[in-house]
Design a protein around this ligand. Structure first.
Ligand code: PHE
Length: 357
């Protein structure tokens, strides 16, 4: 039988593979590449010799050689990956600064670089969730007139519902006409007014910000706190849309093991209204001091925007409907990070603050 240039191919491959696994460094590998797989390699020489074969034979031999080349090349790449990892590890080891006690001493300023506080971080995280759901983020004033904070929200002067919000008044103008907003709901009013004036309905927006109430601070209350308001005004919006948004938000922010529930509630500016609660993350629903042994923590309120509110800002209730919600940002931080007492958020204790960045 006639000899073929590929008679010793298997031996050649074994030899090349052995050479590859003997390469001890990246430099060695780079130096050997030309003779292993490059122009000066046995594989290339064999490739050239195929020219003397009959067409039929050449095709079979070509395919065989191709397979051999792939095998050698892939062994070379595996080796390269390994040697690269080794070399990285060596560099790290060589450049490591820890030479004992001398340079590990802490330089004071390296530990005192500041970062946003937990409330700001929480607000950002909440905005991210809602932006991901298609909401825009809007801002509103912290000092409001009585009209924005109450009247436009269907809470006329002396209405008993005002008792729901213990209000700080600002000494400005007529007594009791300028307030520190008790909730972020007045921002809804600003948004709807602007959208009507500029013809830019629908609205899908969240409005985070600081609020004030004359509350006595305790484990779940601060008198300066933060809420995030949500408002959707569009065509054909139903309570199911509201419930869907609340549930989607709860899972996205707290994780799949925390559930939400809506309980019938009362707010003058929504009808029907509901209270929005989530599983207490401190006791996982077992009942503890923080949740007053109910297993649930109230995050806020929600409901379908009352037609009286739409009328106050000139939104045509025949064409548009919507829902709103508002809940505590500080409360979210408390639940997400299992803070048994919310007052930790305002105490400026570095040992607490440093845990979040
Ligand atoms: N503003 C209400 C509160 O602070 C919460 C709320 C917002 C309820 C929007 C319904 C709709 O108590």
């Amino acid at each position: 039988m006639a000899t073929s240039p590929l008679d010793h191919l298997d031996d050649e491959i074994s030899r090349l593979l052995a050479e590859i696994s003997a390469l001890a460094s990246l430099d060695e590998l780079i130096a050997a590449e030309a003779t292993l797989t490059g122009r000066r390699s046995v594989l290339s020489t064999l490739q050239k010799s195929l020219g003397s074969l009959e067409p039929e034979e050449r095709r079979t031999a070509g395919a065989q050689l191709q397979a051999a080349r792939r095998e050698v090349e892939s062994a070379l790449e595996v080796r390269r990956g390994l040697l690269e990892a080794q070399s990285r590890a060596q560099v790290l080891e060589r450049d490591r600064l820890d030479l004992g006690d001398v340079v590990t001493e802490q330089v004071p300023w390296t530990t005192s670089v500041g970062h946003p506080g937990l409330v700001a971080l929480t607000q950002r995280a909440l905005e991210d969730v809602f932006v991901g759901m298609g909401f825009t983020v809007s801002d509103g004033p912290e000092v409001e007139s009585d009209w924005y904070n109450f009247e436009a929200l269907n809470i006329p002067p002396a209405h008993p519902a005002r008792g729901l919000w213990d209000t700080f008044y600002v000494e400005l103008g007529e007594p009791e006409t300028v307030v520190l907003r008790t909730h972020t709901s007045p921002t809804q009013v600003h948004l709807m007014e602007t959208a009507v004036a500029t013809g830019t309905l629908p609205i899908h927006s969240v409005m985070p910000g600081r609020c004030y109430r004359r509350d006595t601070p305790d484990a779940r209350h601060l008198y300066t706190f933060h809420q995030i308001e949500g408002l959707v005004i569009d065509r054909g919006i139903t309570f199911a849309d509201l419930a869907g948004v609340i549930e989607t938000f709860t899972r996205a922010y707290f994780g799949p093991d925390i559930t939400s529930r809506l309980r019938p509630g009362y707010f003058p500016f929504t009808e029907p209204s509901a209270e929005f609660e989530v599983t207490c993350t401190i006791c996982r629903g077992e009942g503890c001091r923080t949740c007053s042994f109910t297993g649930w923590i109230e995050l806020g309120g929600c409901g379908m925007v009352d037609p009286a509110v739409l009328a106050a800002v000139g939104v045509d209730a025949e064409e548009w409907s919507g829902f709103a919600f508002g809940f505590g940002i500080d409360r979210c931080a408390q639940m997400r990070h299992q803070l048994s007492d919310m007052r930790a958020l305002t105490e400026n204790d570095a040992r607490f603050l440093e845990q979040f960045s």
